[in-house]
Structure formats: C-alpha cells, structure tokens
Write a protein of this length. Structure first.
Length: 276
C-alpha cells in the first residue's frame, strides 16, 4: 500500500492570532446586558448611536460652496499626482470643512478577512491612534454598515467599553459609509471631543459628498495595489525560473520550487509530499 510522507519542509507553522479584543469587549457588553448573555429576545440597539434625523432639529450654518469646490479641486489634483496620499488628504479636508477636532477612515481589509475596521489616515487630536481599529461586529462603524446609513455617535464607551481607553474621548461623531461597486467597505468620520462643536445638517451634506469621493478614490487605490501585486508576482516568477534553470540536482530543484511557492503565497510553512 502506498503511503505519503513529507520529505521537504520550509518555514515555521504559526497559529493564527485570536480576536481576543473583540471577545473581551463582547463579554464585557454581555455582562451588562442579560438579553445578550442568555435571554432569547433581541438586544436593544446601542444607545450611543443616533439617527442623523437629529441634525434637522439643530440650527445649521449656510453652505460654503466656494470652499467646498476648492477642496474638491485640490482632492482631484492629489488623486492625480499622489494617489497613495489621498486618504489623508480626504481626512484633512473633512477636518477643515467641518471644523472637526479629529477625522479619519475606518476600513475593512482582506488581510484579516474583514473582521476588523482599521483606522487609517487619522488627523487631528486622534492622529496618534492611527492603525488602531474596532471589531466589525461590535462598534460604531459596524452599526453604521449594518444599518447602511450615516449616523451620529455620542460617547460610544457606553456600548463599546474599549472606547473608554481611546483619549481624548469621543463626545460626538458623524460617520458616513462609503462603497466600492455597491459594497460598503468602510466609513469616513469626523469627531468633536467636547461640547464646543456640534455637527449640523450642513456637515452631513459635506461629509456625504466626501464619502462619495472616498469610494471612487479607494477603488482606484485597490486597483493600483492589484496592479503592483501582479507586477511583483511576475518578477518573482521570473526570478524563480532563473533559479530553477541553474539548479543542479533534484532535491535542490524541489527546494527551489517550495521556496518559490512560500514566497509567492507569503506563507509561513510549506512541505512537499511524495507517494512511495
């Protein structure tokens, strides 16, 4: 009877990182919400998440179309000359046009199967929190995508305890979902950290326009990244082909193939099995 046995191996097998932060936050939330912990009824929605209908009840400043048009022209120029800086430019534009204290992006990314929102291009008082993030299914941005609508957020630590450690605290936020080919891929948001700034209907209009621009810009970035990856992969294949041509014996030949596969797939471990 033929048996299979591994004859070559490269790299080190690594266990995947658990989503302990999300689990910890969910457990904390469940402790204070019996309906989540055990009862079958649906839990009430987060008290910190508020419909933007609230903005229609507030006084609103007049639009500044000239400033908005200048900002959009500047964004288009940035997209044409420095596309990889466009998210930061968008955050800076939102911060300025809406007179916010912080601004940034929360993005779902393929690297973790879109399990978390990643904070990118943060500016203002939260700039030091860049590359932080929140769980997809337990946070303000997840609520926005689930409801498929822009929302206000006020003191999210009431529903999502981990926000109590993000300083300065979020007093009020306006979160706008944006889309690539009809799929929600993240949010662009502005934040005030105290009561000196309250958002209004004009902020919602401006941010909705910036969200539309963000979807187009992010789609362009994804296309650029895909093109660069294809070019890098082709370069690696050519290098692998050259190494194989120069390989003098079968074991070295097999090792070269295995190394090439590990490199192309960005894997931590690989082996070949032969039937003998």
């Amino acid at each position: 009877m033929k048996k299979s046995k591994p004859i070559l191996a490269r790299g080190q097998q690594v266990l995947g990182e658990s989503e302990w932060q999300a689990d910890q936050a969910k457990a904390h939330h469940a402790e204070g919400n019996p309906s989540i912990a055990g009862a079958p009824q649906a839990a009430p929605g987060p008290v910190s998440m508020i419909s933007t209908a609230e903005l229609t009840q507030r006084p609103s400043r007049l639009p500044d179309y000239a400033a908005e048009n200048r900002a959009l022209v500047s964004l288009a120029q940035e997209m044409a000359t420095a596309p990889y800086n466009i998210l930061r430019k968008l955050s800076e534009t939102a911060l300025t046009l809406c007179r916010a204290h912080s601004s940034g992006f929360s993005l779902l990314e393929d690297g973790d199967q879109k399990k978390r929102f990643h904070w990118r291009a943060l500016v203002g008082q939260w700039a030091s929190h860049v590359d932080g993030g929140t769980p997809r299914d337990f946070g303000p941005c997840g609520t926005v995508l689930d409801r498929d609508a822009a929302m206000l957020c006020s003191h999210p630590e009431r529903d999502f305890p981990y926000f109590g450690e993000v300083l300065p605290l979020l007093d009020e936020g306006l979160l706008i979902p944006f889309y690539v080919d009809g799929e929600a891929v993240g949010t662009i948001w502005i934040i005030s950290h105290d009561e000196t700034r309250r958002f209004d209907a004009e902020d919602l209009r401006v941010m909705t326009n910036l969200g539309t621009f963000a979807g187009t810009a992010y789609k362009t970035l994804l296309s650029l990244n895909a093109t660069l990856k294809a070019h890098r992969d082709m370069t690696r294949l050519n290098e692998l082909s050259a190494r194989l041509t120069a390989t003098p014996d079968l074991p070295s030949f097999l090792y070269a193939i295995l190394d090439g596969i590990i490199e192309l797939q960005k894997a931590d471990f690989g082996d070949l099995q032969l039937y003998v």
